[in-house]
Design a protein around this ligand. Sequence first.
Ligand code: GLA
Length: 308
Amino acid sequence: MRVFAPGRVNLIGEHTDYSGGLVLPMAVDLGTTIDGVRGGDRVVLTSDALDGTVDIPIEIVDVATVEPSWGRYVAGVVAEVRPAVGFSGHVTTTLPVGAGLSSSAALEVAVALAIGFGGDRGGLAAACQRAEQRASGVPCGRMDQLASACGIDGHALLIDCSTFAIEPVPMPDDVDIVVVHSGEERTLEGSPYAERRAQLEAGDPRRTRHVRTENERVRAFAGAIAAHDLARAGQLMHESHVSLRDDFEVSTPTLDALVDRLVATPGVHGARLTGAGFGGCVVALTARDALHEGWRVRATEGARVSGG
Ligand code: GLA
């Protein structure tokens, strides 16, 4: 069988998912594929991109000490899904690892489907979010797993994280969504992600101001896209970046410089850091063919299984 799970890029709505706010990601045509067969009582995976062989029993309990370390994401999923039989296969990916395009969520969603997760797509995303938290110890939200599981071809997803209701937002066909890597790699384990979440929950005024204004920007952005007001959409993306930089403090000088350079380029409507921050990628909304760097991504459908 073959399973493909896409990565995601978040257009706007950053660090809002874990407080029940609004996000607007889309699943992208870069992702992770697993080819393999079910059977036995172990999950055994090798990868093109990551070292070592993951070999874990289907009754795995202690997820956080699995080696090689990418196996912790696999083990987290196995511990959540509790498959009746094992699986052996090979993982390939077109997603840059550690770039903020949710390579870990794509791996989790692909593994869950490969080992036979039987629930609906919302349940799949929830199980994979728990797997990510078990594997990494980072109290992440559910945006990445929802985008990978529930993507819709040609659409971004307006997700209300208080209910996880998804409203498809058609993407105009006269724009490009371009993702540019800052060159700074990051892992959420090594970042102040958990600290930011704790500060928000403690009511830090600047952190809560970011979330309040970001939720307003997500609504306004969805409206601007629907009205084909691309200048306004781009401006909202830039305001989001400034808020992430100054109020939520998850940007870096390298990300700021990249955003500044991109928004000064003719044909770029707007740009902002995407994902958790602390490095990783910038996403830009541009006129067709305005940028000749990075990855031009298309909104794609969520994870799919073939050859069952
Ligand atoms: C990471 C997390 C998501 C979300 C973003 C920031 O991608 O996994 O849940 O919190 O950061 O918006």
